[in-house]
Design a protein around this ligand. Structure first.
Ligand code: 173
Length: 321
């Protein structure tokens, strides 16, 4: 009797020890919806480096990679089901699971403000509920989008043009008469080269990463909306972490949001580089720009509010536009 008791006590002790030991260092698996080393993965990769440096013996991230590892439109669901623990992904790629994500491009206030005024909390709740995820960080609030074209237009009207989109640009392209064609970023080059599309939506930065400058003639002004690329962690993974592990991730997330200040200089240099490579900007003046921006804002909010009346209205109030 004594022997059995002592054997099971030993087993229990070793189990407790195993739990305590594994709580010391956890390794999380991460993917990015954007190609490795490119504009919208780079800072996430710096975030991983920082976590792996600051989190030695506490928490580590194993970076599996970009779209070569997982198709970009599947990344949101992979976080939801914990096929991966952490992801770098834009809401535009998971609107199928969270229609409200289409509104994030309309929320352009600095993250320091969004974290104070309830916006981060609300968007985190949406992620908890619909994506089984914790909203660790949002990047690139200060980087806008453009429509790039290979056919010259004489006003901001996309009639007769086929334009590559994601949910970010779909409504405005349609509203201005264009035919939207959805593709992942990895298919843009070939679609342009083969003339399957006459243009594409993309942020002001990043077109050189995949060589698109070779198949791009014009950039339509003005810039619009606000890029959002989020760092998400599966909610069960998050809840399973210790306070020390969460602190490493949270501190790195705030640092990541802080380096958005670098985007100002990057935007300037990429616009110059586009001009130097022969991409012509098409500018139709201040009145046309205002009409376009108002329309882009209206069609996007309408579309979100139609699909999600309550949370759409709440997001609009938080965004203040
Ligand atoms: O155009 C896109 O693929 C897209 O929606 C996006 C979103 C954020 C950053 C870069 C691209």
């Amino acid at each position: 009797m004594y022997r059995i008791y002592s054997a099971s006590a030993a087993a229990l002790a070793s189990m407790l020890f195993a739990t305590a030991a594994s709580a010391q260092e956890v390794t999380l698996r991460a993917v990015s919806a954007f190609a490795e080393g490119t504009q919208f993965s780079k800072n996430f990769e710096r975030f991983i480096e920082k976590v792996n440096k600051d989190g030695k013996g506490v928490v580590q991230i194993n970076y599996i990679g970009g779209p070569r590892a997982m198709p970009p439109f599947e990344v949101g669901n992979a976080v939801r089901t914990r096929v991966v623990d952490i992801a770098n992904v834009t809401g535009a790629f998971y609107t199928n699971l969270m229609p409200e994500a289409d509104a994030f491009k309309l929320v352009g206030k600095p993250m320091s403000e969004q974290r104070k005024n309830g916006t981060w909390d609300f968007i985190n709740q949406l992620h908890n509920q619909k994506l089984n995820a914790w909203y660790l960080a949002r990047q690139f609030h200060n980087v806008p989008f453009h429509i790039y074209l290979n056919k010259k237009i004489d006003k901001i009207d996309f009639s007769g043009l086929k334009i590559r989109v994601t949910p970010v640009y779909r409504d405005i392209v349609e509203a201005l008469g264009g035919t939207p064609i959805t593709t992942a970023p990895g298919e843009v080059y070939t679609a342009l080269e083969r003339g399957v599309v006459d243009g594409y939506g993309w942020p002001v930065t990043g077109i050189f990463d995949l060589g698109w400058e070779k198949v791009t003639k014009f950039r339509v002004e003005p810039a619009f909306y606000s890029v959002e690329v989020n760092v998400l962690i599966n909610l069960d993974a998050w809840k399973g972490l210790t306070d020390a592990q969460r602190k490493i991730l949270n501190d790195a997330a705030l640092w990541l949001e802080g380096i958005d200040s670098e985007n100002v200089a990057i935007i300037k240099s990429e616009r110059n580089r586009q001009a130097a490579t022969g991409i012509q900007s098409l500018n139709f003046g201040a009145a046309a720009a205002k009409t376009f921006l108002d329309r882009a804002n209206d069609v996007a909010w309408q579309s979100v509010i139609k699909r999600s009346p309550e949370s759409g209205a709440k997001l609009r109030q938080l965004a203040g536009n």
